[in-house]
Design a protein around this ligand. Structure first.
Ligand SMILES: [Zn+2]
Ligand SMILES: [Zn+2]
Length: 207
C-alpha cells in the first residue's frame, strides 16, 4: 500500500530531513494498525478535520501539507520549467519523480507506477518521451519537444502526447504470476515469467 512508510521526496519544511509519514483517515484495517504501531503511518481517525495535515516528520514532529501539494521532485520540475505546479498538473498530471539518468543535457522525471512517461526539462524545452528498457532515450530522437508557452497555453497538446506515450508503455506491461502486479518487460527474470523482485525475494523461483 502506497500510504505506508516514509514518503519519498517529502522533505520536512521545518528541519530539512526526509523522514515523513502520512496521516491516514478513516477506519484502519489490521495492516494499517500494525503500521501505525511501527511508526509508519499516523491514523487520523474517522472525523474529517478541516485543514488536516498530510505529513508528519518523524525527526521533529512537524506536521504539514495537504494531499494535493507537490512533492519536492514535483516542485523542482515546476521550478525548472518556470511555471506553477498547477500548470504542470493541468498539462501532464502528477506523480513526477526525479530520474537518476541524465541525457541530452536535460533533467529527467518519470511518472506512473511502473514508470510510463519520461519528461525532460532544460534549455527552455519540455520533452515528453517513452521510458524504454534500460534507461531513458535521447531527447530529440524519441521525445516530443514542447516549449514553456505550449505548456501554459496549450496544455491539451502535452496531455495528449503524454497519454499516447503512457498507453503504448502500458501495453508492454505483463503481470507477474507470483505477486500479480504489473511490471515492464525489463523487470522479468527468465524463469516462469517471474518478476525480478519476486525472483530475488523467493529463492528457487528465479534464474
Ligand atoms: Zn522535521
Ligand atoms: Zn512478482
Amino acid at each position: 500500500m502506497g500510504e505506508i512508510g516514509v514518503v519519498r521526496g517529502q522533505v520536512c519544511p521545518a528541519c530539512g530531513v526526509e523522514d515523513a509519514v502520512r496521516f491516514v483517515p478513516g477506519m484502519p484495517d489490521p495492516e494499517l494498525v500494525r503500521a501505525a504501531e511501527r511508526g509508519l503511518v499516523v491514523l487520523s481517525g474517522c472525523v474529517v478535520v478541516e485543514g488536516q495535515a498530510e505529513f508528519r516528520c518523524r525527526a521533529c514532529a512537524h506536521e504539514w501539507g495537504s494531499p494535493d501539494d507537490p512533492t519536492t521532485d514535483e516542485q523542482e520540475l515546476a521550478d525548472l520549467v518556470g511555471v506553477q505546479y498547477e500548470d504542470v498538473v493541468r498539462a501532464v498530471g502528477t506523480g513526477w519523480r526525479r530520474a537518476d539518468e541524465a541525457h541530452s543535457g536535460l533533467t529527467w522525471f518519470v511518472s506512473g507506477r511502473p514508470a510510463q512517461v519520461a519528461l525532460g526539462v532544460g534549455g527552455g524545452m519540455v520533452v515528453l518521451g517513452a521510458v524504454p528498457a534500460g534507461g531513458l532515450l535521447d531527447a530529440e530522437d524519441a521525445g516530443r519537444v514542447f516549449s514553456r508557452d505550449d505548456l501554459l497555453c496549450a496544455p491539451e497538446w502535452l496531455a495528449q502526447a503524454a497519454d499516447e506515450i503512457a498507453r503504448a508503455r502500458r501495453r508492454s506491461f505483463r503481470w507477474c504470476p507470483v505477486c500479480r502486479e504489473p511490471h515492464p518487460p525489463e523487470e522479468f527474470a527468465g524463469y516462469r515469467g517471474v518478476c525480478v523482485d519476486c525472483a530475488e525475494r523467493h529463492h528457487g523461483l528465479g534464474r
